[in-house]
Design a protein around this ligand. Structure first.
Ligand SMILES: Cc1cc2nc3c(=O)[nH]c(=O)nc-3n(C[C@H](O)[C@H](O)[C@H](O)COP(=O)(O)OP(=O)(O)OC[C@H]3O[C@@H](n4cnc5c(N)ncnc54)[C@H](O)[C@@H]3O)c2cc1C
Length: 380
């Protein structure tokens, strides 16, 4: 069991306070994910955006009243994420901030690319996107077909299609993954600033749950990408593209687990508050807390060895399954017509299903766990 020191306690308490500004926004963003004006300058969005921005690119006027999170470890990230998700995860996803694209730009981008990316986000009205999944290639990203074709004068032409891309249809800047050749090492990411370029098409998908994520479909036909926008040119070949980013996926997987756990705790607490004698409350809370302990443990292991992802897969398997079970229990416990009377709970029962698909579905996590056992990682 992870013992909390003063720093972890402070992260937990600060994020718990921030979550109180997330939750009241949840139903309006779910009802209309396009109506964002009233949320842009909220304390919690300012805090999330600035906390996700490296110190050298932060805006000088912060304007928020909440404490920034200057996380020093995966464990701190995860402790904070559970608390924020307890507020509302879909509202978190709806925030214009660096998000996953930022993690990649930080890891693979050169100083000019980093500056371009982060300064574009100043003001808190620009969403980012991370376009990897394709209509026919989800879990198996190495089979992607989007291409960077040579344009004959040193640059590239982007061709292909992406699907299920968060904020794809409204993002101002982000990453698109594609291949410059046949091998897996040729898969690269380009920083793309969305302008009036011909050949770039995007449509928002109508989602049932987690509507703040604003999933979208993109297609590209000969979209020009200048040579200096490909990330990782300054890095060794094996570190430039998707293979250089494995540790990021281990990290993201556990973030999604934290989102599932935080949502499950929120549902259990909600039922406990509104149905005092509902059977199974203690069990629902205990299950969520057990899943939380496992993700804390997996986060601490990633801090020790960022490339060993076995435990984060096991944690995601447990967390997403537990969260869906909690949603079934919560819907039954709130009673007949209860979900109509409790729209926030109803929303969470929809949101919670999305977590399984993000950063590797259940089957893929099972494969990771099995490989962990085979390779001996599971014992470390
Ligand atoms: C809320 C949300 C946000 C997302 N945001 C983004 C984003 O911003 N950017 C992005 O690029 N993508 C994003 N995605 C897409 C997500 O990464 C994909 O949904 C995921 O990779 C799964 O891909 P797929 O849906 O195409 O399923 P597939 O990979 O086609 O899988 C379909 C089914 O087959 C199973 N399966 C696949 N391969 C195997 C195998 N080898 N063995 C056994 N079973 C297998 C899977 O478990 C699944 O049940 C998002 C998805 C969601 C739900």
């Amino acid at each position: 069991m992870i013992e909390f020191d003063d720093r972890l306690r402070a992260v937990r308490d600060d994020c718990r306070e921030a979550a109180e500004d997330l939750r009241p926004r949840a139903l309006s963003i779910d009802a209309d994910p396009d109506a964002m004006e009233e949320h842009f300058d909220s304390p919690v969005y300012t805090m999330i955006r600035q906390s996700n921005t490296p110190v050298e690119f932060r805006e000088s006027v912060l304007g928020g009243s909440l404490k920034l999170m200057d996380s020093k470890s995966v464990l701190e990230d995860i402790v904070g994420m559970v608390e924020l998700a307890r507020g509302d995860m879909s509202t978190m996803f709806a925030c214009p901030c660096p998000a996953l694209a930022g993690v990649f730009v930080r890891m693979l981008g050169n100083p000019e690319q980093q500056e371009r990316f982060y300064t574009k986000l100043h003001g808190g009205r620009t969403w980012t996107f991370f376009a990897m999944t394709e209509p026919d290639h989800g879990n198996d990203a190495t089979a992607m077909q989007t291409r960077f074709d040579k344009d004959g004068s040193g640059g590239w032409l982007l061709n292909g299609a992406k699907r299920y891309i968060g904020h794809g249809a409204r993002g101002g800047i982000g990453l698109v993954f594609g291949r410059t050749g046949r091998s897996a090492l040729s898969i690269r990411a380009a920083l793309v600033e969305v302008g009036p370029a011909q050949g770039w098409q995007s449509t928002r998908l109508n989602m049932v749950g987690l509507r703040g994520a604003y999933l979208s479909e993109l297609s590209f036909e000969n979209v020009p990408v200048s040579a200096d926008m490909l990330l990782g040119e300054h890095l060794p070949v094996t570190r430039r593209g998707v293979w250089g980013a494995i540790k990021t996926f281990n990290n993201m997987r556990i973030q999604i687990s934290a989102a599932a756990v935080g949502t499950a705790i929120a549902m259990a607490e909600y039922v406990a508050e509104h149905r005092k004698n509902a059977p199974g409350v203690d069990l629902a809370v205990a299950r969520a807390e057990a899943a939380r302990e496992l993700i804390y443990e997996a986060a601490a292991r990633l801090d020790r060895d960022p490339e060993r992802g076995y435990l984060s897969s096991a944690a995601k398997l447990g967390a997403t399954r537990m969260a869906v079970q909690t949603a079934h229990w919560a819907a039954a416990s709130i009673g007949p017509a209860g979900l109509l009377e409790h729209p926030l709970l109803e929303k969470w029962t929809r949101d919670v299903r999305a977590f399984e698909f993000m950063d590797g579905t259940t089957n893929i996590q099972r494969l990771h766990v099995a490989r962990g056992y085979q390779s001996g990682d599971a014992d470390v």
